[in-house]
Design a protein around this ligand. Structure first.
Ligand code: PA5
Length: 447
């Protein structure tokens, strides 16, 4: 099955005529993207990646994953932003909900923990406790090789590896995913002899999930990375070749820009499966960093439902009318749990006897879509046939393509992120990094 974008429930907010009127602008944005003639065009390596990836490296990724599986109880994945969210989204989407705490034997692959995505001492400290007595490996992922958060975590866990195994063996347990030729991490890897994988020059962090950045950790979790790439490639063909009228990615780009122009400045992605939480996080980065610039953009937000219907539900139903909602609907649940009849119907739930929990979930979803629509929140739906690698590959690509088109429609460069530098500059100044002396003086006066 294929990912389907369905905006029929939003027909009261987006008419067929508006969609038709938007067509020429969308096609122009699409051409800017595919002819590689727009702003940021040196970062379009992701467009054909699902077909034109480095097959030799792909093979090496699988081999490294096998080695990690055979010699490690734990894999630490060190990275932040685009060097973090894709792998986590995929692993949580595809794995057992309690992957890391399954008893040994029922899980054949290593525990996987993410670190270097904050600067929390407590988190690092507590993770060290988890590693006690366990064999582990580290995948350090940083395109630049100099990002503070992962660099700090890497220092700590590299030391721990060396202490435990000695330098020679430690170096065989470190896998560095970074720039092909340059950067601090590449230099260190060459010096120490770590196995390295490449973040291609022309693929930005938030578009890198289908490179080694995502693929190595995903492969270690036991997921099928061949199917992931196949799904992405089929979505690539569909996105590039299907006419506007039936092209989900182009329509999604069109609808969200129509809604933005009507004052809907917030998009909330809603899932009904806890294991999609990090897909939403990945999506937030993709759209937030791509579109939020030049004082423009749709603010990307996310809710986990039905959980957040008991908190954010009030605002969505009835608060300031600034948002639209994009529902991620996993059509086929991987598990079936049937509700039983109880002799005494104390909780009044017997009317559900014989029904599945997923039927209840889908009813909650359908009811919520209509309720929010009645509350003037346009609801878009993305149908995801199954929670498997093929569907996920499609979903990743669908969003990436739609994001590129949508960014050009908005009139921004979707492929840069100048705004993420400001906090770094201030942090370096306050830390006393050489070269930031003047900024430091200015900031200290303000604090
Ligand atoms: O999208 C981006 O550019 C960022 O989120 C980066 O991926 C993030 O800052 C990590 O950068 P690096 O891979 O260079 O450590």
């Amino acid at each position: 099955g294929n990912i389907v974008f369905d905006y029929s429930k939003a027909s009261g907010f987006v008419s067929a005529e508006e969609m038709e009127n938007m067509k020429s602008a969308v096609m122009c944005a699409r051409d800017t993207l595919t002819s590689k003639s727009g702003a940021g065009n040196d970062f379009l390596g992701w467009i054909d990646l699902p077909a034109d990836y480095d097959k030799e490296e792909f093979h090496r990724i699988k081999k490294a994953a096998e080695k990690i599986k055979s010699d490690s109880d734990v894999l630490l994945v060190v990275g932040i932003g685009g060097s973090y969210l894709g792998a986590r989204a995929a692993i949580e989407f595809l794995s057992h909900s309690f992957y890391n705490v399954l008893p040994k034997g029922s899980r054949k692959t290593p525990e996987i923990y993410f670190v270097g995505n904050s600067i929390s001492s407590k988190y690092i400290h507590d993770l060290k406790d988890v590693l006690e007595g366990k064999d582990f490996s580290v995948n350090i992922i940083s395109k630049s090789g100099t990002t503070t958060e992962p660099a700090i975590a890497f220092r700590v866990f590299k030391d721990m590896l060396i202490e435990k195994y000695g330098r020679v063996e430690a170096n065989k347990r470190i896998y560095a995913t970074t720039d092909k030729k340059k950067g601090a991490l590449k230099n260190l890897a060459d010096q120490e002899g770590y196995e390295t994988f490449v973040v291609p020059d022309d693929v930005g962090g938030r578009f890198s999930v289908l490179t080694a950045v995502g693929l190595l950790p995903i492969a270690v979790s036991g997921a099928d990375i061949d199917r992931l790439m196949e799904g992405a490639n089929d979505a690539r063909i569909a996105a590039k070749e299907t006419p506007y009228e039936s092209n989900g990615a182009l329509q999604y780009a069109a609808v969200r820009n129509i809604l933005l122009r009507k004052g809907k400045t917030v998009e909330i992605v809603a899932n009904y499966e806890p294991s999609l939480h990090y897909v939403s996080e990945w999506w937030k980065q993709l759209f937030g960093e791509s579109e939020g610039k030049d004082q423009r953009g749709i603010f990307p937000a996310a809710v986990d439902l039905t959980t957040d219907l008991h908190s954010m539900g009030q605002f969505i139903q009835d608060g300031a009318r600034v948002m639209f909602e994009t529902v991620l609907n996993v059509q086929e649940s991987p598990a079936e749990i049937l509700l039983k009849e109880e002799e005494v119907d104390t909780d009044g739930m017997n009317y559900l006897a014989g029904k599945s929990v997923d039927f209840v979930n889908k009813s909650a979803m359908n009811g919520t879509i209509l309720a929010h629509t009645d509350g003037h929140v346009p609801n878009l739906v993305i149908d995801i046939p199954k929670q498997d690698a093929y569907s996920l590959g499609q979903l990743f690509y669908f969003f990436e393509y739609a994001c590129g088109v949508s960014g050009y429609l908005l009139g921004v460069n979707p492929f840069n992120q100048p705004g993420v530098e400001s906090y770094k500059k201030n942090m370096f100044a306050l830390l006393g990094k050489p070269g930031f002396e003047k900024e430091r003086e200015e900031l200290l006066k303000r604090l």
